[in-house]
Design a protein around this ligand. Structure first.
Ligand code: SAM
Ligand code: MD0
Length: 350
C-alpha cells in the first residue's frame, strides 16, 4: 500500500487525503517513506542544504500561547530587547560563519508590531550589512507593517498557524484570531514576500488533523513549510502534560511534506532537539538547517532556549560532521540567492 503511494508521489501525481493519512500512520513503513523523501530532495537540491542564522532579538511578547516559554505571563522567561548595533554585529558574525539567511525573530512585541518603522530599520540594516537573505518572524503585522518590511528588503515573512484545526488553534494560541494570522501571510505574499507556514505536533493533533492541514497548505502553496515537535516549557500551561510530542510524527510529517511540496524548503530545526535531532530530520527529507545561533552573544532559542547554543553546537562548524554523515553539504550564499530569485519569480508573480 505505502509502496504504491510512494511511487505515485515520486511520479509527480497528486496524492489524495487518504494517501496522505496512510503515509502519516504507517510507522512500520517509515524507512521507505524517508528514503522516498530523500530521493525527492536530491532531485531538487542535489546534495546541498541551506542554512539559516537565528537572531531572536526581542523576547517580549504580548501573547499567551499555551505551548510557549516566552508567553507574556511566564515570569521565568528571560526578557531582553537587543539594540540595532548588537543585532547587526551578531548577524554579520553569522554571515561570516557561512549562513545563507538571517531569520529576525521576536515575540509578538508591541514595541515593534505597533511601530513597524522600528522593525523596518533593523531589516534594512541587517540586509545592507550582511548582503544575505532576510526572514522576518515578528508575529502578526498589520498591512502597514508588512509593507514596511517588504520595502526594507525582507525576502520572507514567517508566521506559523501551528494547526488548521480551529478548535485546537484556540487552545494553543489563546485569544488570537486564526483568520487574522492567515490573512497576514496571504497579504505578505501579495506584497512580493515569500511565506513560511508551520505546524506543531505533540499538542493533541492527530494524523487526521495534520492531513487536513497539509491539504489546505497545498491549496495555498507556501514557499517554506515546517513542523516542530512540542517541547514542554516550564511556566507554560501545556507543560502540565509533561510529555513531549512523538518525535516520529514530526519526522514522518517532514517526509510527507517533502513528497507533497518537492520544490518548497523544509527546515530541520536545531531548536527542537539541538544537534542530536539533526541527522534524523535531514534523513527525513529536510533541506534547510535552521536555528543556528551565535554562541555567547546572549541570544535565546525558542523551543529550546539555551540548549547547544553557548557550547557552539548550533553553528555551521557544529553541524559539519552530521551533514557529512548524511552526504550533504552547505550551499553558498550565491546558490541561496539564486533559489530566492527563482522562487520569487514563480511564487510572487501574483
Ligand atoms: N512570536 C512570533 C510568532 O508567534 O509568530 C515569532 C516566534 S514563532 C517563530 C515561534 C514558533 O516556535 C512558534 O510559532 C512555534 O511553532 C514554535 N514554538 C514555540 N514554542 C515551542 C515549543 N515549546 N515547542 C515547539 N515549538 C515551539
Ligand atoms: C527555528 N527557532 O528555525 C527558530 C524559529 C522562526 N522563523 C524560526 C522557530 O527553529
Amino acid at each position: 500500500m505505502t509502496e504504491e503511494i510512494l511511487k505515485k508521489a515520486e511520479r509527480g501525481e497528486q496524492l489524495t487525503g487518504t494517501d496522505i493519512l496512510t503515509l502519516l500512520q504507517r510507522k512500520e513503513e517509515k524507512d521507505e517513506l524517508f528514503a522516498a523523501a530523500r530521493r525527492t530532495r536530491e532531485k531538487v537540491m542535489g546534495n546541498k542544504v541551506f542554512t539559516y542564522g537565528f537572531v531572536y532579538f526581542s523576547t517580549y511578547c504580548k501573547n499567551s500561547c499555551s505551548f510557549c516559554y516566552f508567553r507574556h505571563e511566564n515570569s521565568l522567561a528571560p526578557r531582553y530587547r537587543k539594540e540595532k548595533e548588537n543585532i547587526v554585529r551578531t548577524a554579520v558574525r553569522l554571515r561570516d560563519s557561512g549562513v545563507n539567511l538571517i531569520d529576525l525573530t521576536t515575540g509578538d512585541d508591541p514595541y515593534y508590531t505597533g511601530h513597524p518603522d522600528r522593525l523596518a530599520e533593523i531589516v534594512r540594516a541587517v540586509r545592507e550589512n550582511t548582503g544575505l537573505g532576510v526572514m522576518v518572524s515578528p508575529g502578526v503585522l498589520d498591512q502597514n507593517g508588512i509593507r514596511a518590511i517588504a520595502h526594507a528588503g525582507a525576502d520572507w515573512y514567517a508566521l506559523y498557524q501551528e494547526t488548521y484545526d480551529r478548535q485546537l488553534f484556540g487552545r494553543l494560541r489563546l485569544q488570537q484570531s486564526y483568520e487574522a494570522r492567515m490573512r497576514a501571510k496571504l497579504f505578505a505574499r501579495a506584497q512580493g514576500l515569500l511565506i513560511e507556514e508551520g505546524l506543531l505536533t505533540g499538542v493533541s493533533d492527530t494524523a487526521e488533523s495534520r492531513t487536513m492541514a497539509l491539504l489546505e497548505m497545498r491549496k495555498i502553496g507556501f514557499d517554506q513549510v515546517r513542523v516542530m515537535t512540542f517541547i514542554p516549557q516550564e511556566g507554560a500551561p501545556l507543560a502540565g502534560t509533561g510529555k513531549a510530542g512523538d518525535f516520529e510524527d514530526e519526522l514522518m510529517t517532514i517526509a510527507v511534506m517533502r513528497l507533497l511540496f518537492p520544490d518548497a524548503l523544509i527546515p530541520a530545526s536545531l531548536d527542537v532537539d539541538g544537534l542530536d535531532g539533526l541527522e534524523a530530520r535531514l534523513n527525513a527529507g529536510a533541506s534547510v538547517v535552521t536555528s543556528i545561533v551565535a554562541p555567547k552573544e546572549g541570544y535565546a532559542g525558542v523551543a529550546n532556549s539555551v540548549r547547544d547554543i553557548d557550547d557552539g553546537y548550533r553553528t555551521i562548524s557544529g553541524i559539519q560532521s552530521t551533514l557529512g554523515r548524511c552526504g550533504l553539504t552547505c550551499a553558498s550564499a550565491e546558490e541561496y540567492r539564486h533559489w530566492i530569485e527563482e522562487r520569487k519569480r514563480i511564487s510572487c508573480a501574483c
